[in-house]
Design a protein around this ligand. Sequence first.
Ligand code: UDP
Length: 314
Amino acid sequence: MPRTLVTGAAGFLGSHLCEFLLNKGHEVIALDNLSTGTVNNITHLHGEQFTFVKHDVTEYIYCAGPLDYVLHFASPASPKDYLEMPIQTLKVGALGTHKALGIAKEKKATFLIASTSEVYGDPQKHPQKEDYWGHVNPVGPRGVYDEAKRFAEAITMAYHRSHGLDTRIVRIFNTYGPRMRASDGRAIPSFIPQALRNEPITVFGDGSQTRSFCYVDDLVEGFCRLLMSDYHEPVNLGNPREMTIGELAKAIIVATGSDSEIIYNPLPVDDPKVRQPDIALAKRILGWEPTVSLEQGLAKTVKWFRQQAETSPE
Ligand code: UDP
């Protein structure tokens, strides 16, 4: 049975990843400092094959026994969260990645870093391919996340080249699904509760900026295919269906059957104008592409947010 350590395990992506690994027969050791994650995301996973340890991975990571995989998913991931926790975001991307690499090296485990489309910044090439070096403002407010992840990629490649560590780098584009925090400030977990309450939907700017949204189950399948490959360079994973944020707001009004109107608020600093993954590499080397349509994924996500509203109404 593979033994796998997951950092950021109580977060949105981390919890879905743990669930997937348990279903594949892994024993999972789950770390999280609960700064943005919650134990509510993982309580249903508790059992003999799953151990949760509350730990801040910027500190030394100790784990008894062998490990086959170290999957580093710890980090604030929404612009609101990383703007509220700029130093913690830099620390987990830099010091946390170093500690996670350290334990992977010690245990001779395969290491995977959750990187991001934010390494491309406000891109001047569209769609974004892995060989594009990006257009990041290092000293802007988003720089704390973008540069931390760029450093995380650099140190991962250095461990691969200098120590022969078996490494993977996944650049994750916008992803959505159940267990996103309604207060995390991102578009989908903001818009769905607004629509369910028939409150105005808060589009930033004029809504013409674009994103491409991937359902979480598709993404997690891609992680596991990448892990099973022997490819060490960065790989984009995301859904290439691109839309404007205005179109997304309208799709959510339809998916919820809401009476909400759309209102327009100021655009955050350095908000990327466009974003769309080129997934030719993932298709070629992993045989992977998303299978869940936006309509299907939104239906599942809306259902989850409705249940949340019923069980814990504000
Ligand atoms: N956005 C918005 N209203 C919100 C939250 C986000 O219009 O309440 C916009 C945001 O400015 C960006 C896009 O939606 O252009 C996606 O934002 P998100 O925070 O989900 O992720 P990002 O891709 O910017 O990291």
